[in-house]
Design a protein around this ligand. Structure first.
Ligand code: K1U
Ligand code: ZN
Length: 185
């Protein structure tokens, strides 16, 4: 049976009748600016959401996805930065315990399709969370994983990466995406 931990065997397609591709909310939808709520209990309903989010992230394709982006106001993110797409990481109620340094990285966002820009963030972060079994985990990381974790945790706090860009760029992106949405109707 397909599970969140072996989704990599089925790239890009919905392979299990109980798994679903979720609709990704696009900027400037106001739902992206809501603060997500902590998950009280890690149960089968949460594990189903994890599996659906992982499937959605792999299909997009992306390297991360926050529950806010699929209109679930829960503090849950999935990340896989591996080339082979075989290293799914699940973070429930993630918290940044500490950070250091500063580095600039090009970011994209599945909620802001077609837009990529440089963002400065702390280089190294220490993160605490629960895994999909409800077990506590802690990790210290840098590079792309640190960038991706900060980007996804921002989503849970209602922040989209374009908010690090100038007002002028934000306005241009907003107009471009609203036009795209109108044309897609
Ligand atoms: O949160 C998201 O919308 C996912 C986002 C994560 C992210 C990417 C880059 C820097 C910070 C955070 C994406 O996955 S955008 C798509 C992307 O970067 C990608 C897609 C396919 C292959 C490799 C990367
Ligand atoms: Zn994003």
């Amino acid at each position: 049976m397909a599970s969140a931990s072996n989704l990599n065997q089925f790239p890009g397609i919905c392979t299990h009748p109980t798994m679903a591709l979720l609709k990704i909310v696009h900027y400037p939808d106001p739902r992206l600016h809501k603060v997500a709520l902590p998950i009280a209990t890690v149960d089968d309903e949460i594990r189903k959401l994890v599996a659906d989010m992982a499937e959605t992230m792999y299909a997009a394709p992306g390297i991360g996805l926050a529950a806010t982006q699929v209109d679930r106001l829960l503090r849950l993110i999935v990340v896989d930065i591996s080339e082979a797409k075989d290293d799914l990481k699940v973070f429930i109620n993630p918290e940044i315990l500490g950070s250091s340094g500063l580095s600039e990285h090009e970011e994209g966002c599945l909620s802001v399709p077609g837009i990529y820009d440089l963002v400065s963030r702390p280089e190294r972060v220490r993160v605490r969370a629960l895994d999909q079994n409800g077990a506590p985990l802690e990790l210290e990381t840098d590079g792309l994983l640190a960038v991706c974790l900060q980007h996804e945790i921002d989503h849970l706090d209602g922040k989209v990466f374009v908010e690090y860009l100038s007002r002028l760029k934000q306005e241009r992106i907003r107009r471009k995406l609203l036009k795209q949405a109108r044309e897609a109707m």
